[in-house]
Ligand binder design. Structure first.
Ligand SMILES: [Fe+2]
Length: 361
C-alpha cells in the first residue's frame, strides 16, 4: 500500500487561462521568481492564447518541439538553456508553466525535476529516483486524454538506449493546474480523437487488469463513462464534450493504474517507428479484439460515431528486423503485460504471436 499524491489545486472552466496572472501574483503558495513558460510549438501560430500569458521582462517563453515523442536529450537541452538564462539566480526560475498536450506537460515536469536534482534526464527514468522537489510547476493542458496533467510520471524516450520510461515520482505531480476547455477547441479532430482515447485505454486496461485498487477503479469507471458521453453522444468537440473530456483526462491521470496490453504494444510503435502515443494506442488496439472484446467493439463504434477513419495497413510493410525490434521494445513492459496475462505472459505473447499482432495493424 502506498500513499497517493494528487495535484495541489486546480482551476477549471471556460476562460480559466485568463486567471493565470491572479494565480501567479496572488497565490501565496506560488514562488515569486521569474516564470519560464514551456509552450507547445503548435501555439507559435496562435497569438490569442499566448497573449493571455502574463509575461514580465524577466520571464522566458520557450516553444517545445513536439514533432516527435519527448526525449531525454530534449529535456537535457531545455534544462541547460534555462540554467544558462537564470545563471545569476543559481540557474533556477521561480515557476515553470507547461502549456500544451501530454508531450509538453511531460517535458515541463521533467525539466522542473532536473533543474533542482541535477544530472541528466536519463538518471531519473524509473521509479522514485527523483530526490528533491522540482521547481514549482503549473500545468495548462491544451489537449485532453493523456492524463499527464494529474499523473505522477513524465514519459521520456531515450533514443540512445531505446528505453521509453517515465520519471515515476511524487515530485512529477504538478503543483497547480489551469483547466480551460476553450483551449481544446482548435485541436485537429483526428488528434483530438486519438488523444482522448488514451484516457479510455488507460482506464479500460486498468479495469481489466489483476492489480486493482478501489479508488483507482472508481476514477477509471467515471472516466470511461465520460468518454462514452463524449465519443458516443453528439459531437466530441462541442463545448460540453470538451469540458467532459477534460474531466475524464484529469480522472484518468489521477487513477494512473497499471495498464494492460495496449500500452506496451503502443510503446513499441513509438520507440521503433516514432508513432505518436495517441495514434500508436489506436493502432495497437486494432488486433486486440480477442483480448478486449466489448471494449474493442466500443472503440470502433466511437470512431464511427465521430467520423474518424482508423489507419490500417501499417503492419504489411514491416520488415523482419522491425518486427524483432517491436517485439523487444514491447515485451520489456513486464508490469502491464503481467497485469493482464499473469506471470506467464511471455508464454502467451510469443515472438510469433506478437509478430502476427504487429502484422495485423
Ligand atoms: Fe497513454
Amino acid at each position: 500500500m502506498k500513499a497517493i499524491r494528487n495535484v495541489g489545486s486546480y482551476l477549471f472552466g471556460p476562460g480559466a487561462l485568463g486567471r493565470l496572472e491572479e494565480v501567479l501574483r496572488g497565490d501565496p503558495r506560488v514562488p515569486a521568481g521569474p516564470v519560464v513558460y514551456l509552450v507547445d510549438h503548435f501555439f507559435a501560430g496562435f497569438t490569442a492564447p499566448l497573449a493571455k500569458l502574463p509575461q514580465r521582462p524577466l520571464d522566458r517563453l520557450i516553444f517545445m518541439d513536439t514533432t516527435h515523442e519527448p526525449s531525454t536529450d530534449q529535456v537535457d537541452q531545455v534544462a541547460a538553456r534555462v540554467r544558462a538564462d537564470f545563471s545569476d539566480l543559481g540557474g533556477l526560475p521561480g515557476v515553470i508553466v507547461g502549456m500544451g498536450g501530454g508531450a509538453t506537460l511531460d517535458m515541463a515536469k521533467a525539466v522542473s525535476n532536473l533543474l533542482t536534482n541535477g544530472g541528466q534526464a536519463a538518471d531519473y527514468q524509473g521509479w522514485d529516483l527523483v530526490k528533491v522537489p522540482g521547481v514549482y510547476k503549473i500545468g495548462v493542458p491544451t489537449l485532453s486524454g493523456t492524463g499527464s496533467e494529474t499523473s505522477r510520471t513524465c514519459v521520456l524516450t531515450n533514443y540512445q538506449t531505446g528505453v521509453k520510461l517515465g520519471m515515476n515520482s511524487d515530485f512529477s505531480v504538478f503543483d497547480q493546474l489551469i483547466l480551460d476547455p476553450d483551449l481544446t477547441a482548435t485541436v485537429p479532430r483526428e488528434q483530438y480523437f486519438h488523444t482522448g482515447l488514451d484516457t479510455y485505454f488507460h482506464c479500460m486496461e486498468t479495469l481489466n487488469g489483476r492489480a486493482r485498487n478501489g479508488i483507482v477503479d472508481a476514477y477509471s469507471e467515471k472516466a470511461i463513462d465520460l468518454c462514452r458521453q463524449v465519443f458516443l453522444q453528439g459531437d466530441m468537440q462541442d463545448q460540453s464534450s470538451r469540458e467532459n473530456m477534460m474531466i475524464a483526462s484529469l480522472m484518468g491521470g489521477a487513477a494512473a493504474g497499471n495498464t494492460g496490453l495496449v500500452h506496451p504494444l503502443s510503446a513499441g510503435l513509438s520507440v521503433v517507428l516514432g508513432v505518436h502515443h495517441g495514434l500508436a494506442n489506436c493502432l495497437a488496439m486494432g488486433p486486440l479484439a480477442e483480448f478486449y472484446p466489448p471494449e474493442h467493439a466500443e472503440f470502433l463504434a466511437m470512431a464511427q460515431a465521430q467520423g474518424i477513419k482508423l489507419p490500417t495497413g501499417l503492419g504489411a510493410d514491416l520488415s523482419d528486423e522491425q518486427i524483432g525490434k517491436l517485439y523487444a521494445s514491447s515485451i520489456v513492459h513486464a508490469k502491464p503485460l503481467g497485469n493482464h496475462l499473469g506471470e506467464g505472459f511471455r508464454d502467451i505473447l510469443t515472438p510469433a504471436r506478437m509478430a502476427a499482432l504487429f502484422r495485423a495493424m
